[in-house]
Unconditional design. Structure first.
Lengths: 76, 257
């Protein structure tokens, strides 16, 4: 699914940091530096962000195509 | 007993407490962890949800979002006080993510998510979510979503002693410390900030002749970290107040016997 709201182990909020992390890494920063920059200190929280996989990104295209199909049917 | 503030901001608090028993510091730690009342979403009425996320998952995510808890709830609030927040989101012609910032309360403007950037769900075009969420006052001992802290730790103050300063292993020792508090200065090994030591003991394992790590007695570092619902300093104060109240309660009960 989407990134978890909190760290499973300690309960600190990491949900709001994932997208920033992703953008930093895509911008060419190394993962450990990005985590340090976002002040994610403990390794329980670091693995939450580092190992997250967004399944939603793979599901959304289906919902988008359903929407497009509906638009087409309305046009016909 | 002396207390010194090592570092403090809204999100975290570090205190050095000297001459006080660990038992009492630990009691305080536990009160801060599970007894400080905060608001968290407990009941969700879902009016509309055509997103890809199940109602249950959505409600679970909402529950974990820390909600800013104003002072009036901390002081006079009874467990069970509730504030309604609403979320009404719709995707137009492009896919978008709904963030916690869209969760608003009409009853009390001060009650809002501690961070406005937590993703709640992703909506494909044409999908929508409409719900009422009831934030209730509760305690961490019932559910972790009511914990005001993400860290409440007491550790004995480390005493790092360098016995043999000009050792051949200096460079190795410098490199091995995970918190980088061992450094070379004028070809001697020095400790830059002994309070940061994590007791990993790597340095002592490498060269027991030149360095030793000890825990000091009656001298502790107490650190708190807030999740954002209540400021760290207020958590400590509330923890102390609740602890005192409980002790007074015990006192009056014992008096009756
Ligand atoms: S015990 Fe670990 S953290 Fe402490 S000084 Fe030695 S290497 Fe550093
Ligand atoms: Zn964590």
């Amino acid at each position: 699914m989407l990134v978890p709201v909190r760290c499973f182990s300690c309960g600190s909020v990491i949900g709001d940091k994932y997208e920033k992390f992703r953008d930093l890494v895509q911008g060419g920063m190394k993962e450990d530096e990005a985590l340090d920059k976002l002040e994610i200190k403990r390794y329980c929280c670091r693995r939450m962000v580092l190992s997250n996989f967004n399944v939603m990104d793979q599901l959304i295209p289906y919902a988008e195509s359903v929407y497009r199909l509906k638009l087409q049917q309305e046009e016909d | 007993m002396t207390v010194t503030k090592l570092a403090a901001d809204k999100a975290s608090l570090n205190l050095r407490i000297k001459g006080y028993d660990l038992d009492m510091i630990n009691a305080l730690r536990r009160f801060c962890l599970v007894e400080v009342p905060v608001l968290a979403i407990d009941d969700v009425v879902i009016l509309e949800n055509s997103s890809l996320m199940y109602d249950e998952v959505l409600a679970h995510r909402l529950g974990l979002i820390p909600i800013v808890t104003p002072h009036k709830y901390l002081e006079g609030g009874e467990d069970g006080v509730q504030v309604m927040l609403v979320l009404d989101a719709r995707a137009g012609t492009v896919t978008r993510t709904i963030y916690s910032g869209e969760l608003v309360s009409a009853e009390d403007r001060e009650v809002k998510p501690a961070s406005a950037e937590i993703p709640i769900a992703e909506l494909a075009p044409g999908q929508s979510i409409k719900l009422e969420a009831y934030a209730k006052l509760g305690r961490g001992k019932v559910h972790a979503k009511w914990q005001a802290t993400s860290k409440a730790v007491a550790k004995p103050t480390p005493v790092v002693t360098i016995k043999n300063a000009s050792t051949a292993k200096r460079e190795q020792l410098e490199g091995i410390c995970p918190v980088h508090i061992l450094a070379s200065k004028d070809s001697k090994l020095v400790v830059t900030n002994p309070l940061e030591c994590t007791y990993c003991m790597e340095c002592e394992k490498l060269d027991p002749d030149s360095i030793s790590i000890k825990e000091s007695k009656d001298d502790y570092i107490f650190s708190l970290e807030s999740v954002g619902s209540v400021d760290a300093e207020d958590i400590l104060m509330a923890g102390v107040d609740i602890m005192m109240k409980d002790f007074k309660d015990l006192h009056s009960r014992v008096d009756v016997i």
